[in-house]
Write a protein that binds this ligand. Structure first.
Ligand code: PGA
Length: 246
């Protein structure tokens, strides 16, 4: 039986005061049956780590460099994150792919270096609206996944995958549970060909998950939780989504 996982992706939001309030609120609202984590902007990670010490909420970063160390101004390495006890790192979020021109291979390299430092990469894949309308959803997500599978080999079983249709992110348009399940099943099949442990892997759905749609999405056979953007910034909403993951 796979454990459910709910991850908050704060994106470029928050302040020290707001983060402290949010985390205190979440601590009061839990614990939950599912695994819960929050991915905060870099400058706040040390604060978040301190606030969550001894709590059942894990934390992660929203990106890491594909390089070990060196002359890469502005980048943050997986080793640095690991030094603070970071558990998760999101790689290949569609906003990074779109605004920073991250390629499938770069995303795969980030996942590889994260694993090398004992972080769990949350690898995001997903199609744009134009790609969905052109019936390219399967081709696109399989291509994105395949770069990571190829680069990680059997270690692919150690990543968390998040299917996030780009057209559903921050738009209020959620994929129907059937649409999301269809892509999750496709990904599970692709992973099955790469690792005997595919049935143990956590595949998350992301894109306008809210308290009122979370339970139906999470009850799909291949959806093991969610990657939550906007709703992770509100204690009541995020807590309700964590509860929905059961
Ligand atoms: P959203 O974002 O929940 O605000 O749609 C999800 C994500 O981008 O991870």
């Amino acid at each position: 039986m796979r454990r459910k996982l709910v991850v908050g992706n704060w994106k470029m939001n928050g302040s020290r005061l707001l983060n402290a309030e949010l985390l205190a609120g979440l601590d009061g609202a839990g614990p939950w049956v599912s695994d819960v984590a929050v991915c905060a902007p870099y400058p706040y990670l040390a604060d978040v780590a301190l606030s969550l010490q001894g709590k059942r909420i894990a934390w992660g970063a929203q990106d890491c460099s594909s390089r070990e160390a060196g002359a890469y101004t502005g980048d943050v390495s997986a080793a640095m994150l690991a030094e603070f006890g970071c558990k998760y790192v999101i790689v290949g979020h569609s906003e990074r792919r779109a605004y920073h021109a991250e390629s499938d291979q770069l995303v795969a390299d980030k996942a590889k270096i994260a694993l090398a430092h004992n972080l769990t990469p949350i690898v995001c894949v997903g199609e744009t609206l134009a790609e969905r309308e052109a019936n390219q959803t399967d081709v696109v997500v399989k291509r994105q996944m395949s770069a990571v599978i190829h680069t990680l080999g059997h270690c692919i079983s150690q990543v968390v995958v998040a299917y996030e249709p780009v057209w559903a992110i921050g738009t209020g348009k959620t994929a129907t549970p059937e649409q999301a399940q269809a892509v999750h099943a496709l990904l599970r099949t692709q992973l099955h060909a790469a690792t005997p442990k595919s049935a143990e892997m956590q595949l998350l759905y992301g894109g306008s998950v809210k308290p009122d749609n979370a339970a139906t999405l999470f009850s799909q056979p291949d959806i093991d939780g969610g990657l939550i953007g906007g709703a992770s910034l509100k204690v009541a909403d995020f807590a309700a989504i964590c509860r929905a993951a059961g």
